[in-house]
Design a protein around this ligand. Structure first.
Ligand SMILES: *Cc1c(COP(=O)(O)O)cnc(C)c1O
Length: 389
């Protein structure tokens, strides 16, 4: 059978491979040590409960939390739902106003939409053209009945890092809950829930070299949430359902590895990302980098290519696996709503590519990617100028 060479993976913001060390840590918990962490009557249950307890400490440590403040979930989507719906169901009778940002992940925006149907009023802040919002915007949107502010730590499409501590500080002063979807930031940059005045924080394992289907919600001590799933009252009543012990062990191992190498890995990835960016900028005219280039995750760049057909562009990249962050439906390909919120014109938004690098990206991968992007864009631009005239 001929071996098809697989494209170079540059879509780490969509998901990461499981680190082999994470897999090793998980394996025994599928087979010999398969107990239910809620079984109190025998060794199988006890050892699973111990593993979960150790894991909880490990996850908490990465964000400066206490172990009792970690609720395991199925991932960031569930964590976001639990944070927003759980807070609204608890306090929504008197506080109906929520503040969020137009460039949030759909797991926040669709949850807000759902709450609007239930009577919530939601303010969607618009970021500046570099993707950043200012704490002052949050301050100005505050009302006496504001329940919660939800601002993502770092954007999944453009990588910009919001001024979380500044926003948290003014939420705390106003007595308003502060939630952050930190899915893209956890394990990539240092996070302290205390220093940033965070009350609720969502994270997921599969964006930091852990398995899919496991995540956590940090819930500050004293914050009341209504559970969104009823049953055996696991996770101190926040989230019923038998714990995913292998997943939890994997998430913890991924957090431990991230804590050990974060700074080193960030420097390395920023270097690779910058050489990719500079390589493309030097090779091709009419290129635009989207989002603030300073306050940005080290592994992400989002680039618009002028004078090409956006739909053809992604199809033509067959040696690299990248994305455009756009929502594809069977009927149409919409340009990224994040880029549109930044004021990027439609034709450029269509012809935008997110490159996201990770732990297993090599120098050679970047060299091949630059050359491939150059060839593809030059070819498409020749076609484009013939078509457009
Ligand atoms: C990936 C992602 C999510 C969804 O996480 P799941 O664990 O897949 O549910 C939510 N928010 C952001 C910012 C993400 O990047």
């Amino acid at each position: 059978m001929p071996t098809l060479s697989r494209p170079i993976y540059l879509d780490y913001n969509a998901t990461t491979p499981v680190d082999p060390r994470v897999l090793d840590a998980m394996l025994p918990w599928f087979t010999e040590q398969f107990g239910n962490a809620a079984s109190r009557t025998h060794l199988y249950g006890w050892e699973a409960a111990d593993a979960v307890s150790d894991a909880r400490k490990q996850v908490a440590k990465l964000i400066g939390a206490g172990e009792k403040e970690i609720v395991f979930t199925s991932g960031a989507t569930e964590s976001n739902n639990l944070a927003l719906k759980g807070a609204f169901e608890t306090l929504g009778a008197t506080r109906r106003h929520i503040i969020t940002v137009a460039t949030e992940h759909k797991a926040i925006l669709d949850t807000c939409q759902h709450l609007e149907d239930l009577g919530a009023e939601v303010t969607y802040l618009l970021p500046a053209s570099d993707g950043l919002i200012m704490p002052q915007q949050v301050q100005e949107a505050m009302r006496p009945d504001t329940l919660l502010v939800s601002v993502m730590y770092a954007n999944n499409e453009i990588g910009v890092i919001q001024p979380i501590a500044g926003i948290g500080q003014l939420c705390r002063a106003a007595g308003v809950l502060f939630h952050t979807d930190a899915t893209q930031a956890v394990g990539k940059i240092p996070i302290s829930v205390d220093k940033s005045y965070i009350d609720l924080l969502s994270l997921t394992a599969h964006k930091l070299y852990g398995p899919k289907g496991i995540g956590a919600l940090y819930v500050r001590k004293g914050v009341k949430l209504t559970a969104q799933q009823d049953g055996g009252r696991h996770e101190r009543g926040h989230r019923s359902g038998t714990l995913n012990v292998p997943g939890i062990v994997g998430l913890a191992k991924a957090c431990q590895l991230a804590a050990g190498t974060m700074q080193e890995e960030a420097n390395h990835l920023a270097q690779l990302r910058d050489s990719l960016e500079n390589g493309i900028l030097n090779a091709l005219p009419d290129i635009q980098i989207n989002g603030n280039r300073e306050k940005r995750l080290p592994q992400t760049t989002n680039i618009s290519f002028g004078r090409v057909d956006g739909e053809e562009l992604l199809m033509a990249f067959n040696r690299i696996a990248v994305s455009n962050g756009s929502a594809c439906t069977s009927a149409s390909v919409e340009p990224s709503f994040v880029l549109k919120a930044l004021g990027v014109p439609d034709d450029l938004a269509y012809a935008s590519v997110r490159f996201s690098l990770g732990r297993f990206t090599s120098n050679e991968d970047i060299e091949v990617a630059i050359q491939h992007v150059k060839e593809v864009v030059e070819r498409l631009r020749k076609q484009y100028s013939l078509e457009v005239g």
